[in-house]
Design a protein around this ligand. Structure first.
Ligand SMILES: [Fe+2]
Length: 217
C-alpha cells in the first residue's frame, strides 16, 4: 500500500472536560502530535528521495542513519499519541469487557495488573504500554524510555500511557508524586471501550495470521 501523508485527526477527548487534565495541557499536547505527523512525513520523503547509489552508509554519522533513526521517533510519536488521545474522555473505573477478563487471565488480577502498571509508570521515561503479543497472544506491561525505545516487534499496544513530563507537569508538577497523581487522573478518564477495540483489533490480526497458515511455531 503506498505511503500517504499522515494527518492529525480529532479525538472526542478534546471536546470534553477531563478530570484533572486541563484543556491547556491537552491543547499543547496536541501540537506535539501535529509536529510528529509533520516530521514523519518529512523524514519519509527524505528517505524516499535519497539517491541510494550515491549516499554514504556510515554507522557513526550519516544523513541516512540520522533520518532513519529520527523517523522512528517521529512515527511512533504519532502512533503513540493516537492511542493515548483515543483512550481519554471515558468514565474511568475498573476495566470492562474482554480486556478485564484478559488482564485477569494473563496478569493475575486487575488489582495486580494496576499495581504493576502504576510502578511501570514511575519507572519509564516516556511511555508505558499494555501490549498484546501477536506471536503468542500474551498480554504484558512494557516500558519505553522515548517514543521509540524498548518496544518489541509484534507487540501491539492496547493501552498506551504517556508519562513524558509534558503530559502532566502543567497540572500536577514535575515531581514523582505529581506523576502518580497524573496516572490516577489518566485512569479516571480512561475509555475502556477504546481499549477493548484495540484488543479486538490485535486479536483479529493474530487470528488472521494464524488462520492464513503463515504463522510459525
Ligand atoms: Fe506526549
Amino acid at each position: 500500500m503506498p505511503w500517504t501523508d499522515l494527518k492529525p485527526r480529532q479525538f472526542p477527548a478534546f471536546s470534553k472536560e477531563l478530570r484533572g487534565i486541563s484543556k491547556s495541557t491537552m491543547d499543547n499536547h496536541y501540537k506535539l502530535y501535529e509536529g510528529y505527523a509533520k516530521k514523519s512525513n518529512e523524514c519519509r520523503k527524505i528517505l524516499r528521495d535519497f539517491d541510494y547509489n550515491e549516499i554514504e552508509g556510515n554507522q557513526v554519522y550519516s544523513p541516512l542513519r540520522s533520518v532513519s533513526v529520527d523517523y522512528t521517533f517521529a512515527l511512533l510519536g504519532f502512533k503513540n499519541h493516537e492511542l493515548y488521545f483515543g483512550h481519554l474522555g471515558g468514565d474511568g473505573g475498573d476495566p470492562t469487557g474482554a480486556i478485564a477478563d484478559y488482564i485477569a487471565q494473563e496478569l493475575g488480577s486487575v488489582d495486580m495488573w494496576k499495581a504493576a502498571f502504576r510502578k511501570a509508570a514511575s519507572s519509564a521515561r516516556g511511555w508505558v504500554m499494555l501490549g498484546f503479543d501477536l506471536n503468542d497472544g500474551s498480554l504484558f506491561n512494557y516500558i519505553m524510555d522515548t517514543q521509540n525505545l524498548w518496544a518489541v516487534y509484534n507487540m501491539v499496544p492496547v493501552l498506551a500511557l504517556d508519562v513524558y513530563e509534558h503530559a502532566y507537569v502543567g497540572d500536577f508538577g514535575a515531581t514523582p508524586d505529581g506523576r502518580k497523581q497524573y496516572v490516577e487522573a489518566f485512569f479516571d478518564n480512561l475509555d475502556w471501550n477504546h481499549v477493548n477495540r484495540q484488543l479486538a483489533q490485535a486479536q483479529a490480526a493474530k487470528k488472521g495470521a494464524d488462520e492464513s497458515g503463515a504463522s510459525e511455531g
